[in-house]
Design a protein around this ligand. Structure first.
Ligand code: AMP
Ligand code: MG
Length: 351
């Protein structure tokens, strides 16, 4: 299949391009498009065969449900039933924006779209291209991240082309996304709302408007409880090289990583480091990638997936990453980094 690759302005998308992309979706085709979080791989949420095609194009297991994207709050009632008051409260505070809610599914929505679950994930994105495309497609676009299953999510049109060229109908390239990490997922079907995936909207922000909010116990590092968002159980975001996260006192972290880098390079391996500006000059690696200033979590979120992909492009075989503090947005960054590392983390100097 030929994949049409079109540039589109992120603030004022060309209506003709949007109409063409919308037609593709209405006819059962697939389009990768930008959102404020990462790029999505869209299909018509009410078309079971579109959803099957999404799983196929990504190489994604079909029990890993998709997120349904809408462009008007009231449309939530077409895909979810018994929508609780909390959904309206959250929408008033965070929609359109990087938050996904889990609600009881309406029977009209094909079970292919929800991976066979009786709940549905709903998001109302703020990106002007996403909003216009959803509207042009009829209002309901099922879209997981636009990457091949297991690889880091895509944060630019070029990444989408890397993973999906020849597998989908169209890619809309609006340049780099803003946030760089996928949406926060909160489950509203449990007695106390529960975070199933951390993201830009933090637990503190959710608690301010909802009161009590918990985090799924399955997300904790080393937990033997199965995560309740099916996607979180799969290995994810992984670069091809072996990635180790190193946590502890900054001086110890730097000297530990340098010692491991010297060993790896002596063994003829190409090495990389993920760090911040403060320490970037200290490492003896082939590729040193800084996420920005240590205190700049937004910059770290924005660059993490791009950095992981760059290591693949540059054939890096052994990678060490400094850990990030886990408060605020750092929790979402560490969640992705630890998954990318297959939970391979070391604490130098800690007994
Ligand atoms: P992705 O679009 O690649 O970010 O993947 C969508 C994520 O949403 C996956 O991790 C899914 O497991 C999660 N998700 C989608 N629908 C549901 C649902 N009904 N219940 C729990 N998690 C869901
Ligand atoms: Mg994904």
């Amino acid at each position: 299949m030929d994949t049409a690759y079109l540039k589109i302005d992120s603030m004022s998308p060309d209506p003709e391009v949007i109409a063409r992309a919308g037609r593709i979706l209405k006819e059962g085709g697939l389009v990768a498009f930008p959102t404020e979080t990462v790029y999505g791989l869209g299909g018509d949420a009410f078309n079971a065969s579109s959803s099957r095609r999404i799983y196929e194009a990504k190489g994604r297991p079909s029990d890993n449900p998709l997120i349904v994207h809408i462009c008007r709050f009231d449309d939530i009632n077409r895909i979810a039933s018994n929508v609780p008051e909390a959904a309206r409260t959250l929408a008033d505070a965070f929609w359109p924006g990087p938050l996904t809610m889990i609600l009881p599914k309406d029977s009209a929505l094909p079970s292919e779209t929800t991976g066979g679950l009786d709940t549905v994930a709903v998001r109302f994105p703020s990106h002007p291209v996403a909003a216009a495309l959803i509207d042009a497609a009829g209002g309901f676009v099922a879209a997981p991240s636009a990457n091949r299953s297991g690889r880091p999510s895509t944060t630019s049109g070029a990444h989408c082309l890397e993973d999906l060229d020849g597998r989908i109908d169209m890619i809309l390239d609006a340049g780099e996304v803003g946030i760089g990490l996928e949406s926060t997922i909160v489950d509203l079907t449990t007695p106390v709302p529960e975070i199933l995936r951390p993201g830009y909207v933090t637990k503190e922000m959710l608690r301010k408007v909802l009161g009590e909010v918990e985090t799924d116990r399955g997300l904790a590092e080393g937990s033997d409880v199965r995560p309740r968002a099916p996607g979180m159980k799969y290995r994810h975001y992984a670069p091809r090289g072996v990635l180790t996260v190193v946590e502890g006192d900054p001086g110890k972290v730097t000297s530990y990583i340098n010692a491991r880098l010297d060993e790896a390079r002596a063994a003829g391996k190409r090495c990389g480091v993920i760090c911040t500006d403060e320490t970037a000059g200290a490492y003896r690696a082939d590729v040193v990638e800084s996420t920005g200033a240590r205190a700049d979590e937004e910059s770290a979120a924005h660059s993490l997936f791009r950095i992981l992909r760059d290591f693949d492009t540059r054939n890096v075989e052994v990678i060490y990453a400094e850990a990030f503090p886990e408060d605020g947005l750092g929790g979402a960054i560490m969640n992705r980094l630890l998954k990318a590392a297959g939970h391979n983390i070391v604490y130098p100097g800690k007994i």
